[in-house]
Design a protein around this ligand. Structure first.
Ligand SMILES: [Zn+2]
Length: 186
């Protein structure tokens, strides 16, 4: 696909192999003066060598997850992971905080053709905030067991900010363990 005499790409051959958009990028690549052996280069790492860590970052980026975990996030995780609760509750909390539970709205995002209605109240979308905090049943549980949660829910301004504030509040009132176990039991 390279013509080393005039150092030009053979565009007609390229067009038979790849789409036109990619050909436009390829022809911008300089051709060496003499043929050299091909080398595999992993574009996602600084030195071009493959590493699982960088592949994981690429996968997260492709899937639309934010790959940056800031200091506040790390603090949030460390508090949750250090809670005195059974491992299954910690694991559940980890999935909940990343919104990875198979809630109906999440399943719909993955292409499942199901109704997205909450099975408890039958009147709202089965989304994380609703299921665990604002559905009448969940709301009643918090009213009785941990009213401070209601205040945090009323100040909702996005999921990440919400988890930061509610976990910080749970720690400050000494109820992180209770909060996590209640979430797990809902
Ligand atoms: Zn509901």
């Amino acid at each position: 696909m390279m013509n080393f005499d005039d150092r030009q790409w053979r565009v007609d051959e390229l067009l038979e192999l790849v789409v036109e958009e990619d050909v436009r990028h390829i022809v911008c690549l300089p051709i060496p003066r003499s043929p050299t052996m091909d080398t595999l280069i992993w574009d996602a790492s600084v030195f071009g060598n493959f590493a699982v860590k960088s592949a994981y970052s690429v996968a997260r980026r492709v899937l639309g997850f934010d790959i940056t975990i800031n200091t506040d996030c790390r603090l949030l995780w460390s508090r949750v992971w250090s809670a005195s609760v059974p491992p299954k509750v910690r694991y559940f909390a980890w999935r909940l905080l990343w919104n990875l539970l198979p809630l109906k709205t999440n399943l719909q995002k993955r292409g499942m053709e199901i109704d997205g209605v909450c099975v408890v109240c039958n009147s709202h979308a089965e989304a994380l905030g609703h299921v665990f905090f604002t559905c009448p049943f969940s709301h009643r549980v918090w009213e009785i067991a941990a009213p401070w949660v209601i205040c945090c829910v009323e100040q909702w301004s996005g999921l990440e900010d919400f988890w930061m504030r509610i976990v910080a509040k749970a720690v400050s009132v000494g109820q992180l363990d209770i909060f996590l176990v209640l979430l797990w039991s809902l």
